[in-house]
Design a protein around this ligand. Structure first.
Ligand SMILES: C[S@@+](CC[C@H](N)C(=O)[O-])C[C@H]1O[C@@H](n2cnc3c(N)ncnc32)[C@H](O)[C@@H]1O
Length: 270
């Protein structure tokens, strides 16, 4: 059966990349970052994850307190309550998706941050089914201005592509630009073109280096009082180290959608 043999799968991946010259650089980056899996490596990874989680728990603040500090009323309804039709559409679309794509970011947090900042120019990395894109676009559409640029690289081999962003209804796509390239190829160019952005949401390459690259790129383009939001910061110490490097105390909150996972926020000083 195709794909059941790991070598068949590797050959398929190779030929998938070979047919896409625009992804050659990403292929080389992936080969360069490849680590042979071993029991020892798995143990090291697990130890690191425990350390990062324990750091997150140590600096954690209550989400309502974090929102309050940003001037946002913490007693706010959820996106599902505010937009039952759009939420229903997203749930049905994602349920129809035959593949498991990346899990959702903190939709309520993103909606309220976009709405209250207020954020007009928003950039995000990592779309998958598009829950985070939906949240940001609903806030922009409600206000009637702004735009969202989302970056997500093509999925190797599988026909996932048509499902990228499927949670976003057609009417909400007018303020949306979806770029199907790796972060490293799309992000610097797009940020340069945009100049200044109000908010950045990171939810793509979970590696330490990938995160540091995304944070650093976006930070340089974030306006004063702009916000950097990062999903699932418990993967490694990239968020903590980046906060240290810019000399700011990290704001860490528990994600409302996935118990045990954390989101990080950094506000650029005025
Ligand atoms: C966790 S999912 C994103 C979930 C989404 N934010 C949501 O709320 O539904 C991560 C996505 O990042 C994308 N991704 C991973 N590495 C990437 C890279 N180097 N460049 C661009 N996209 C990448 C994957 O294709 C995947 O769709």
């Amino acid at each position: 059966m195709t794909g059941s043999n790991p070598w068949t799968s590797k050959v398929e991946t190779l030929s998938w990349y070979a047919r896409r010259p625009q992804l050659y650089r990403e292929f080389i980056r992936r080969v360069a970052g490849f680590r042979v899996s071993s029991t020892r490596q798995a143990e090291r990874d697990e130890r690191l994850r425990r350390e990062v989680r324990s750091w997150c728990e140590g600096v954690l603040v209550d989400a309502s307190k974090a929102l309050g500090a940003l001037g946002i009323d913490p007693n706010i309804p959820t996106v599902a309550e505010l937009f039952p039709n759009e939420w229903g559409y997203a749930e049905r679309s994602v349920a129809a998706c035959p593949f498991k794509m990346g899990g959702p970011a903190d939709v309520d947090l993103l909606f309220h941050l976009t709405r209250s900042l207020p954020a007009e120019t928003v950039v995000e990395t990592g779309v998958a089914n598009g829950w985070s894109s939906l949240a940001i676009l609903l806030a922009l559409n409600e206000r009637g201005n702004g735009r969202l640029v989302s970056i997500d690289m093509p999925y190797a081999k599988n026909p996932h592509d048509q499902w990228v962003g499927c949670a976003v209804p057609a009417y909400a796509r007018t303020r949306w630009e979806l770029i199907r390239l790796p972060d490293r190829d799309a992000l610097p160019r797009k940020l340069e073109e945009l100049g200044t952005i109000d908010m950045f949401h990171y939810d793509s390459d979970k590696s330490y280096r990938g995160r540091r690259f995304g944070y650093e790129q976006a930070w340089a383009h974030l306006r004063p009082n702009g916000l950097l939001v990062s999903d699932d910061i418990e993967d490694n110490f990239a968020f903590r180290d980046f906060a240290e490097s810019v000399g700011l105390p990290p704001v860490v909150v528990k994600k409302s959608v996935k118990a045990g996972n954390f989101a990080g926020l950094l506000r650029r000083p005025p």
